[in-house]
Design a binder for this molecule. Structure first.
Ligand code: NI
Length: 177
C-alpha cells in the first residue's frame, strides 16, 4: 500500500495558513500592548461639587499660577499631595534638592559641609557650587534615597555655623504619582 504522506509545511496552502495565524497573533499582541498603553494614560472625567466662594478662590489660584484650565490645576494638586504622602513615610525612596547659601570665609564652613556630604555620599547624585560674590557661595545638592536619611542630611547641613540659608525641596522619583 502506498501512503501519500504530506508533511505539514509541504503545501503552499499550509504555508499561507501558518503565515496568517502568525500575522494575527502579532496583531493581537500589538493590540494588547496598545490597549494597555491607552489604559495607562486614559483621561477620566468626574464631577466636583464646590462652594462658589471656594471656586472663585481656586480660579484666582489658577490664573495666578498660569494653569490653562481647572483640570490641570487639580491634577497638579493631587500629585503634590501624593508627593507629600511619600515624604511622610520614613522608608519611602524619594528625590530632592538641598539649596544652601553660606559665607565660605566663616568658621571652616566649607570643610564641615564637605565632611558631611562625604559622610552621606550614597545619597548625593550631584552638587553645583556657584560663587555669588566675594564672600557668598550658593550650592545645590541633588539627593535621592530614603526620606528619613535625606532629612537627616539636610538638617546637618542646615545646622552648620556660617550657613545663612538652607532648604530642602521635596520631590519624587515619579513612580507612584
Ligand atoms: Ni564659592
Amino acid at each position: 500500500m502506498i501512503r501519500n504522506y504530506t508533511p505539514f509545511f509541504n503545501s503552499a496552502t499550509n504555508y499561507i495558513i501558518v503565515a496568517l495565524i502568525f500575522k494575527i497573533n502579532i496583531l493581537l499582541l500589538k493590540n494588547q500592548q496598545f490597549c494597555y498603553f491607552i489604559s495607562m494614560n486614559v483621561l477620566k472625567r468626574f464631577g466636583v461639587s464646590i462652594e462658589q466662594d471656594l471656586l472663585e478662590k481656586f480660579d484666582s489660584y489658577i490664573s495666578l499660577n498660569s494653569y490653562r484650565n481647572r483640570s490641570e490645576a487639580i491634577r497638579d494638586l493631587i500629585r503634590k499631595e501624593f508627593v507629600e504622602q511619600e515624604w511622610s513615610r520614613s522608608d519611602e525612596f524619594v528625590a530632592g534638592a538641598i539649596v544652601m547659601v553660606y559665607d565660605h570665609h566663616k568658621h571652616e564652613v566649607v570643610d564641615k559641609l564637605l565632611n558631611i556630604q562625604h559622610e552621606y555620599n550614597d545619597l548625593i547624585i550631584s552638587s553645583q557650587h556657584v560663587h555669588l560674590d566675594h564672600d557668598n557661595c550658593f550650592e545645590i545638592v541633588v539627593v535621592k534615597g530614603k526620606m528619613n536619611k535625606l532629612t537627616d542630611l539636610a538638617s546637618k547641613l542646615k545646622s552648620i555655623k556660617g550657613v545663612k540659608h538652607a532648604s530642602l525641596t521635596k520631590s519624587t522619583l515619579g513612580k507612584n504619582i
